[in-house]
Design a protein around this ligand. Structure first.
Ligand code: FES
Length: 115
């Protein structure tokens, strides 16, 4: 069993929220295990089961649209294609464009080429 704790910068401040994913995947409503699951899957779980106020973006789920882009341990990645790792820090792509949690103003993202 793999224990995974995620760190999430929700408001652009120094304060980091910590979320522990349940060790038993059956508790999570996720089929299989957390190993190999994506960051998007974890964000979806957290929003549905832990904190309904958590905001994230998900669209194609295949790494094609870049709408789910977040900063993971300092590097911009697509959440839907990045596998979970224990201790990873998830932040908006650019704090100055943050609307809420990992959601940023997309029209500005395109203009500023955040990645
Ligand atoms: S949802 Fe489209 S790239 Fe992740």
């Amino acid at each position: 069993m793999t224990h995974i704790r995620l760190r999430l910068n929700r408001d652009g401040s120094e304060e980091i929220a910590r979320f522990d994913l349940p060790d038993d995947p059956a508790e999570s409503g996720i089929s299989g295990t957390w190993e190999g699951a994506s960051v998007s899957t974890a964000l979806q779980y957290l929003q549905r089961k832990v904190d309904p106020s958590l905001a994230y973006v998900l669209s194609c789920r295949r790494g094609l649209c870049d709408l789910c882009a977040v900063r993971i341990d300092g590097k911009v990645e697509t959440a839907c294609t990045t596998p979970l790792r224990d201790g990873m820090l998830i932040e908006p792509t650019r704090a100055s464009l943050q609307l809420r949690d990992t959601v940023v103003e997309l029209s500005l993202v395109r203009r500023h080429r955040v990645a």
